[in-house]
Write a protein that binds this ligand. Structure first.
Ligand SMILES: Cc1cc2nc3c(=O)[nH]c(=O)nc-3n(C[C@H](O)[C@H](O)[C@H](O)COP(=O)(O)OP(=O)(O)OC[C@H]3O[C@@H](n4cnc5c(N)ncnc54)[C@H](O)[C@@H]3O)c2cc1C
Length: 301
């Protein structure tokens, strides 16, 4: 696969990337999606989607599976790896993963948005070992355990309520919440503070608050917002001051042959239906680049 030249390499297998792949395959192009986790993106976290046309109500995992199967069945190839660097300087674009490099005539960036980090010591090391950024995805692993939710927004309280049905006890650590709603489950306790330290060797053991209070917990769910997953593209294409990728209406970035779509793009509506529609546009625009590349290289040989 590493020695092959793809017509298009799509970075990120959420709804935007999967749709771009379907459009390119319908034009018989050779397409590779590189996904670092599991095809579906943020949809995998959604319990219920009620605004995606043709399904009055569907859970995110089912909608992901449908899109994934459709893209696989029409011949989109998938590699599960994290893209760590890119080289967009030549006609043939290079996409680097930890241990491999892939070549494409065009690249579509559909890396979406990802959870913001607290930036504390041990946060990275204990990710997956007690620390999670998605209560719906991972709550089940903490049945009857003691958990905390670190939050600075309303969805933190939603996470705490969701976890209260599974866990023995849930601390909601949020310096902005004054009181819990009167109908809040009894096993949720508000800590109107911030986390100062995360402790644990093999797995998460304790949290130290900025009051120096210690909380012994099995799980910590961090929900402090999202930001575009675009750091590897800094300096390669134009980003706005918050890191969203700037494109024109055809999803073209400031670099020839490179397109962006979905939540990572500077747009007005971060939803599945817009991610799919932008994916379609990016796919069709990438097609034109492939045709130009083939013509240029045919003339040279
Ligand atoms: C709580 C919540 C509720 C929502 N509810 C709805 C709803 O009801 N209806 C609706 O329409 N939308 C909803 N959304 C929004 C919707 O999920 C997003 O708009 C949509 O998923 C964006 O799709 P995307 O393909 O652009 O990005 P994402 O879904 O974010 O997918 C990006 C993919 O890229 C991968 N990736 C990132 N970096 C790399 C890398 N370096 N290498 C390889 N792979 C990489 C990620 O693993 C991910 O799979 C909700 C979102 C949230 C968080």
């Amino acid at each position: 696969m590493e020695n092959e030249i793809f017509d298009c390499i799509i970075i990120g297998g959420g709804p935007a990337g999967m749709t771009a792949g379907i459009y390119l395959r319908k034009a018989n192009k050779k397409v590779l999606v590189i996904e670092k986790y599991m095809a579906g993106g943020q949809m995998l976290e959604l319990e219920s989607i009620e605004n995606y046309p043709s399904f009055e109500k569907i859970d995110g995992m089912s909608l992901s599976n449908k899109m994934f199967n459709q893209s696989k069945n029409c011949g989109v190839e998938y590699v599960y790896n994290e893209v760590t660097a890119v080289d967009f300087e030549n006609d043939l674009k290079l996409v680097y993963c930890k241990d491999k490099v892939f070549k494409g005539k065009s690249v579509i960036i559909s890396t979406g948005i990802s959870s913001k980090k607290l930036g504390l010591n041990r946060e990275k090391e204990l990710f997956g070992k007690g620390i999670s950024y998605c209560a719906i995805c991972d709550g089940n692993f903490f049945r009857n355990k003691i958990c905390a939710v670190a939050s600075n927004n309303l969805t933190g309280l939603k996470d705490a309520i969701y976890l209260s049905n599974l866990c023995q006890k849930v601390y909601l650590i949020d310096s902005k919440v004054d009181v819990l709603p009167s109908n809040c489950p009894e096993n949720i306790e508000l800590k109107k503070y911030q986390i100062k330290e995360i402790l644990g060797e093999e797995c998460l053991e304790k949290l130290i608050l900025n009051t120096d209070e210690e909380l012994v917990v099995n799980g910590l769910f961090i929900n402090i917002g999202k930001s575009p997953t675009s750091s590897i593209f800094e300096g390669k294409i134009e980003l706005d001051d918050r890191g969203y990728i700037i494109t024109n209406d055809s999803m073209e970035t400031t670099k020839n042959g490179i397109f962006a779509c979905g939540d990572v793009r500077k747009n007005n509506l971060k939803q599945i239906v817009t991610a799919c529609s932008e994916g379609a546009l990016a796919g069709v625009s990438a097609l034109k680049v492939c045709v130009k590349y083939d013509l240029k290289n045919k003339n040279m040989h």
